[in-house]
Design a protein. Structure first.
Length: 610
């Protein structure tokens, strides 16, 4: 049998490696911008066309590269960051593997223009699918200019599975935010299809957070700082009132590198125990400075998962630091010793003040019925008839009447929903502020009041959209809601649909929107929180189709405005909910598939009590 194992060509090996490093346009921007940071750039410009499908360009004013380095940079495992294996445990740069540029060149058409400081001319290099097409000298400024076009042009299967432009642009903005939050001393700009999305000047960390997320979030942050022999922690955490159910801004960075760490995330939330409701998220921007020898960043191609040697100790330090920040914010009122001009309230002294215990006197012979005005005596009927034995025997001899069916298995197999509440009790009972219990013909019906209200509101909203009859109720004072660039993409997509639902929202620019009105019937709710909740749901699901967007927003709006668990209802309120629910097209499930009601059959009740 002949030999069947052979080495893959470099072009195929590069495409395989690119599948791990370059997953979408956002991955290209992350790798190129991190290289610019490592090159000492003070100004970095990013320009994308069609969310990176057509073109990605990263321009920096860093050190630049020589002619030889420019050519060698696209070879696999060629890097200037490390020299030996031990350097992996003393990393001070973002990149180190030497895989990013060859992976990008393997699946795209790349042009590089770069000049090293001190050289008269720079180098222009062109590669198509890892193959060098042209290399020539060129006049250019100091720094590097990478232009990546037609991403995945030679891997059509990968290109076909890219998401919509809105989703890919959102991923680009998310990756861009994670970088700009680490380097506030570097100026960044981001353009999409010629439109400027971000223009961040160099400044302090708090100023960078304000530029990205808005002034309102910056005002809700508390500083965190602690320095120990194990690690140094600094950054900001949100006040308890800044908690949100969705769309929270939670960022961890270690040695200038973004990371995901669920264990440390729980540590932050544990510091807010009993301060925020369960399930709410707190914004935080926490930066760890740890010895490179105590962490391992080389466990995932994207470098977002990092192992810590002293993980348990850092957990304790993090919890203590966050609790200290919250404690400084939640100041207790000081004791006031100034009593001048205040009334003198004497203190009770049992030896000085001779005070007797109050006594109650009463007449034990008093009879209120004897003192009442006598009435005309009337013959009273006996409580039990004299001939009760004969009546009982006659009742036993009387033929019994046929009773109505009580159980589900005795009813027709197909019955309309109206039959479920046939002969329902006019009086209902609310159990623990969450469930409505009422007697029906087949047994005891239990309804989740919040889920029932979600179904009712959802169908009303969808009916308004179908008939284009959504009304708007103006708010007394317009409120401003601000979104970071990553969420602004979905807000712009949702804006026409929100207006069709009855919202009156105007775009103020720079990610700010004024809420002037809400849909009729949704008064009394926080419009800013409502809009944030709807946009966060749309961003989580990544829906951009108008029909799917309408459904997702209607579900989110109905859920946000529905009855809260624990809300006390009157019998009329419960009657209205039951009637409105059974007028819906689906009485059994919410729009997202959760059960609304259940019926405990009469037979099961008798068995439980038998």
């Amino acid at each position: 049998m002949s030999d069947i194992i052979q080495l893959l060509p470099d072009s195929v090996a590069n495409q395989i490696a690119a599948g791990e490093v370059i997953q979408r346009p956002a991955s290209v921007i992350k790798e190129l911008v991190e290289n610019s940071v490592d090159a000492g750039a003070k100004t970095i410009r990013v320009l994308v066309v069609d969310a990176g499908r057509t073109s990605i360009q990263v321009i920096d004013d860093g050190h630049g590269m020589s002619e030889t380095d420019a050519r060698l940079a696209f070879e696999r495992h060629a890097t200037s960051k490390i020299r030996q294996a031990d350097d992996l445990f003393s990393l001070h740069t973002m990149g180190f593997r030497g895989e990013a540029l060859p992976s990008i060149a393997a699946v795209a058409q790349v042009e590089l223009t770069t000049r090293l400081e001190g050289d008269d001319l720079g180098t222009h290099l062109t590669l198509y699918g890892s193959k060098v097409v042209d290399q020539s000298p060129v006049a250019c400024p100091v720094g590097s200019n990478f232009k990546v076009e037609n991403l995945f042009f030679n891997v059509p299967a990968r290109r076909k599975f890219l998401k919509t432009n809105a989703t890919e642009l959102n991923n680009i903005l998310t990756a861009f935010e994670r970088i700009v939050l680490v380097y506030p001393d570097i100026a960044f700009t981001l353009h999409s299809n010629g439109l400027e999305l971000m223009n961040l000047r160099a400044g302090s960390l708090r100023q960078r957070i304000t530029d990205v997320f808005g002034k309102k979030l910056s005002q809700e942050l508390l500083p965190v700082e602690v320095d120990t022999t194990i690690c140094r922690i600094k950054g900001f955490v949100g006040k308890p009132e800044s908690a949100r159910k969705k769309g929270g801004s939670d960022y961890f960075f270690v040695n200038g590198r973004y990371m995901k760490h669920p264990y440390f995330h729980k540590a932050v939330l544990s510091a807010y125990d009993r301060l925020i409701p369960v399930g709410m998220q707190i914004p935080y921007f926490i930066y760890f400075e740890v010895s490179p020898a105590d962490i391992d960043v080389n466990i995932h191609p994207t470098k977002t998962e990092i192992k810590f040697e002293n993980e348990q100790s850092i957990w304790q330090i993090l919890v203590a630091a966050v609790k200290e920040a919250i404690g400084k914010f939640c100041e207790l009122p000081t004791i006031d010793f100034d009593t001048e001009g205040r009334p003198d309230i004497p203190v009770f002294d049992p030896q000085r003040d001779n005070i007797q215990m109050p006594r109650v006197s009463y007449n034990p012979d008093y009879n209120p019925f004897a003192a009442s005005t006598p009435r005309t005596a009337q013959p009273q009927k006996p409580a039990v008839p004299d001939q009760w034995q004969q009546l009982y025997e006659a009742a036993l001899q009387r033929p019994q009447q046929q009773e109505a069916p009580l159980f589900d298995d005795q009813m027709p197999e197909e019955q309309p929903s109206d039959d479920i509440i046939a002969e329902k009790s006019p009086v209902h009972y609310q159990y623990k502020g969450r469930y409505i219990m009422t007697a029906v013909k087949s047994g005891l019906m239990i309804i989740d009041q919040q889920r029932a209200d979600i179904r009712i509101r959802y169908e009303r909203l969808m009916e308004r959209l179908r008939q284009n009859t959504a009304g708007t109720q103006r708010v007394l004072f317009p409120e401003v809601v601000q979104f970071p660039p990553s969420e602004q993409v979905f807000m712009d997509l949702c804006l026409p649909e929100l207006q069709a639902m009855g919202f009156d929202i105007s775009n103020l620019g720079t990610g700010s929107y004024a809420v002037n009105g809400v849909p009729a019937g949704f008064d009394g709710i926080d419009p800013v929180s409502l809009v944030r909740h709807i946009v966060a749901d749309a961003a989580d699901k990544g829906v951009v189709d108008p029909s799917e967007l309408n459904v997702a927003m209607a579900i989110s709006l109905a859920r946000h405005a529905a009855l809260a668990p624990g809300q006390v209802l009157t019998n009329d309120d419960m009657e209205r909910i039951i009637n409105d629910l059974f007028a819906c097209s689906n009485v059994n499930y919410t729009p997202d598939g959760k059960a609304i009601l259940t019926i405990l059959p009469q037979r099961d009740i008798e068995q439980l009590l038998g």
